[in-house]
Ligand binder design. Sequence first.
Ligand code: GLN
Ligand code: ZN
Length: 770
Amino acid sequence: MTDFPAGTILGYPRIGRRRELKRAIEQHWAGAIDEAALEAVGADLRRATRTRLAELGLGRGDSAIPESFSFYDQVLDAAAAVGALPERFDDLRGADGAIGLVAYFAAARGDGRHAPLEMTKWFDTNYHYLVPEIGPETVFAASSDRFARQVAEARAEGFTTRPVVVGPVTLLALAKASDAAPDGFAPLDRLGDLLPVYARLLADLRAAGADWVQLDEPALVSESLAATPEALAAAAARAYDVLGATADRPRILVAAPYAQLTDAAWPVLAEAPVEALAVDLVRGAAPAAHPGLAGKTLVGGVVDGRNVWRGDLAGAFEALEQLRRHGAAAVSAGTSTSLQHVPHDVADETALDARLASWLAFADQKVGQVVTLAGGLAEGREAIADELDAASLALADRREAPGVRDGSVRERAAALTRDDFRRAEYEVRVAAQDAALDLPVLPTTTIGSFPQTGDIRRARGRLVRGESTVEEYEGFLRREIARVVALQEDLGLDVLVHGEPERNDMVQYFAENLDGFAVTQHGWVQSYGSRATRPSILWGDVSRPAPITVEWATYAQSLTAQRMKGMLTGPVTILAWSFVRDDQPLADTARQVALALRDEIADLERAGIAIVQVDEPALRELLPLKADAQADYLDWSVGAFRLATAGAADATQVHTHLCYSEFAVVIDAIAALDADVTSIEAARSRGEVIADIAESGFSHGVGPGVWDIHSPRVPSVEEISGLLERAVEGIPARQVWVNPDCGLKTRGYDETVAALRNLVEATDGVRQRL
Ligand code: GLN
Ligand code: ZN
C-alpha cells in the first residue's frame, strides 16, 4: 500500500459540469431511461471526474483522487451500504436484502406508497442530507456494494482511487430514532452493532483494490448535535479501535471538515489506530501537537472548500509548514471540506468580468492549488514561488479594485446608531396598524410566490436568449400579476401578493439588482438530490442603484382595493445563499445589504405599500456549529434584519417568513427580530409548533402554516379548521394569521386554487365559532 499522497481533495462536485446527473436522474424518475442507462451516466461522470482530476495533477495511482460520487446523497449512500433503511422499505429490497436503486430512490423521495426519509441541513452548509431512521429493530448488514464496485471500476481504468464514506459515528449522530424506538433511545446506542458491518465494508474495499479509504466524521467538530461532544468523542474512540483492528483493511483517513475538532475529539483521533487525519484549517486553528501523531499523516485543509475565492495561497503554504511542527510523520495539502459546495470551473464563466474571474477559484482551480501546495511540500517553497506570487498579486488587485470598497457605503454603515435598529414599542405599532389596515380577525394571506409555470419560465428564457424585448417580457409579467391578483380576490384572501413572477430565484433576483454582486452562468452547486442552486457572488460593497421591487408592487396594488404585501428577501438569507466575500466580517457585509433593503422599504412605503414581508428562511442555516459563536451570530444576524426593517413607520406592518418549524430552538431570535407578523412552517409537524408558540409567550402576530406546500396533497377544510382551532386555543386569536407554510412557486395551479379555497372556507368557519 502506498503512503498518503502529498496533496488531495476531500471530495469533488458530483452533479456534472452541466448538471448531467440531474438530467439523467430526473429522466429515470420519469421513466424515460432505465436503471442500466442511469448507471451508465453515473459511470461516465465518474470516469470524467477521475480523468479531469488526473489532468489537473492529482496522482492516478496513489489514492489522491477521491471516489465521492453519489446518485443522491452521501449519508443515504452510507446508510444503504450498511442496510440501515427503515423497515417500511423492506418490500423494495432485493431477494438477499440488497438495497438497489429502487429502494434507494424511494428512501430519498418517497414513491406514493413509501414516505421518504426526512431531509435536513448538512452542518452549516446549504447542502441537505437524508436523515437515517435507526431503532432497536434496525438490522445492520452489508446491503450495497456500490462503494467497492466504484473502486474496482476505477482500477479497471488504471486508477487507484480513495473511496469516501460517511463514518460510523457521524452516520449515527445524524440519524434520528425510528418510530419504533422507545423513549430515550439514541441511534448512537447501536454503535457496537454497526461497527462489524463497517469493518466488513472496509475489507470489501481493500479486496476491490483500495489502498486508502476516507471516513468523513464531521460530527466530531459539532457542538450542535443531540449527542454531546464528549459522547461523540467516546463513540469515536470505540469506533476507530474496532475499525483500526480490522484485518485486511485499506489504510484509513479520518476527515473532520466544517470546523475545528472539538477538544474532546482531537486527542481521541490523534491516538486512534488509523493512518491519517484531515483537519479543517480554514474554519479552525491547527490542532495541538500530540505524540499520537508520530505514525500519522496530517492533511491540512488549507484550501477553502466552501467559497469561491482564490484566496491567500502563500498563507496556506505557511500554515502547512507550521503544521509540520505538530509531530505528525508527514503533512499533506488538502481542501478544508469536500468541493461539493463549489461550482466546477471558473473557465466556464465566459461572461464574468475578467478581473473578477482572476480572483476566483472553483473546484478545478482549487484542485490546482492543492497540487501546487503539495509540490511545495515536496520540493520546497522555491519550487512554487511563482504560483504563490501570482495568487498574492491577485489578492492585492482585489483589495484595490474599484467597487470592493465604496466610501459612501462605508461612511453610512459607520454612522449607524442604536436607534437605527429600533422601532417603536410593539403596542404603539399595533395600534397604528389596526387603525390603518382594518384587517379582519384571522387574516388570510400567502407567503409570496404563486406557481412558476412553464409559461413564466419560457418567457424568461426568451428574454435571456434575446428572443423577446424587455417591453414584451414586462408586459407578460404585468398580465401574470393581474391574473394572480384577480385570482386572490376571487378566492377571498385578505392580504394579497403579486406572486413574484419576475424572480428566477429569491436571492439571485436581488443580487442581479444590487451593486457588489455578480452572477454566474454555470456555477451550480448541489442543494439536495437532483436539485442545484446557482449562488451569486458577493464581491464588493453592496448598494442599491435603483428601486428593485417597487414598480411591481405598486402595479399590483393599483389593481385591487385589498392590501398588497411588498415582498423582499432578508439580508441574512441573501448572504446565506450567495458566495460571500471573505475579506471582512460577515456582520459588516450583512449591514450593507440591510441598508439597501431599508431604502427599498422606504420606497415601498412612499409608493403606498402598507405591509412589507422580509423573508429570512435561512436565519437558522448560518447558525455556527460552535456553541460559543452562536450568540454573536444571532446578535449580528438579528441586527441586520432589524436594520433593514426599523426604518418602517409604526403603521407599516412588517412581516417575516421562516422556513422551518423548530420554533423552540430559535424563539429568542424570532422575538428579537421584532417583526409584527412571523409566518413559519407548521403543517408538516401537525401543528406541534403551535404548542411551542403558546408556551413561549410570543406576543406578536404569527402565522403557523396550515398547508404543507412541499407536497402536492390538498388539505381539506376539516384539516385546516382543526389546525386553526388548535392555534386559537393556544394563542390569542388576535395574534393568529392564516397562511400556507411556504411560497407556492413549486406547486401547480390546480392544487393551489383548491387548497387556498379550503383555507379561506376553513377560516370563515373558525371565525364564526370564535
Ligand atoms: N416569498 C418567498 C416565496 O414565497 C419565500 C420563499 C421561502 O421561504 N423559501 O417564494
Ligand atoms: Zn418558506
